[in-house]
Design a protein around this ligand. Structure first.
Ligand code: COA
Length: 173
């Protein structure tokens, strides 16, 4: 099922046939260094894919979606919306990961902006966040480019992470 379309991208539910591309993504240490809970085996990648195939099991309108370059039909990443509970508050994260061969072409920003609009306008969410490693400059830039601002630093079992956030009322970018 197609969730979103942008000028250059389609975001759709993941399919079994995406597994090779998804696993290739997670085999790149430059990708996983800032994703502490990334799948470490092909089996774990398959479990993640199956978890998201019909949308997120806790809320099927959320999930990680295959991100397809329209001009080539290629799987170039997985982006979407993820539910978290942080400090006893329910939050929804705009998540984005793009394969290294496609970096620096504005794809993450294009996907994240469309996901932000989908979250606010279609799902009517009041607020969106991104959870970002303090050293992940690229991800911080994407968050800022879609209108998010640094809110605070927190810690979990993986270490420190930053919360970037945007409220629907501030969404004029
Ligand atoms: C973060 C990521 C998704 C960015 O993807 P991308 O498609 O290259 O991003 P964009 O092309 O939209 O670039 C957005 C901005 O970030 C900047 N940027 C991108 N990579 C950067 C880097 N390594 N260092 C500094 N700035 C960077 C770009 O210059 C651009 O800013 P500008 O318009 O002011 O020049 C990609 O690097 C990635 O997948 N990283 C690994 C996984 C990850 O960290 N995911 C996010 C977890 S929170």
């Amino acid at each position: 099922m197609i969730i979103l379309e942008t000028p250059r991208l389609l975001l759709r539910h993941q399919l079994f046939t995406d597994l090779d591309d998804l696993w290739e993504l997670y085999c790149d240490p430059e990708i996983t260094k800032f994703i502490p809970d990334a799948p470490r085996t092909r089996q774990e990648a398959q479990e993640e894919l199956e978890w998201h195939m019909h949308g997120h099991p806790k809320n099927p309108r959320l999930g990680l979606w295959a991100t397809i370059q329209k001009s080539t039909g290629k799987f170039i990443g997985r982006c979407g919306l993820l539910p978290w509970t942080i400090d006893e508050t329910n939050e929804i994260e705009v998540a984005y990961t793009i394969a290294r061969a496609y970096w620096h072409q504005g794809f993450a920003t294009e996907a994240a902006r469309a996901i932000r609009d989908y979250g606010f306008d279609t799902l009517n969410l009041p607020r969106l966040i991104s959870l970002i490693d303090p050293q992940n400059i690229a991800s911080q830039r994407v968050a800022e480019k879609i209108g998010m601002r640094f809110e605070k630093e927190s810690r979990d079992e993986y270490g420190a992470f930053q919360i970037y956030a945007i409220a629907k009322v501030n969404h004029h970018v």
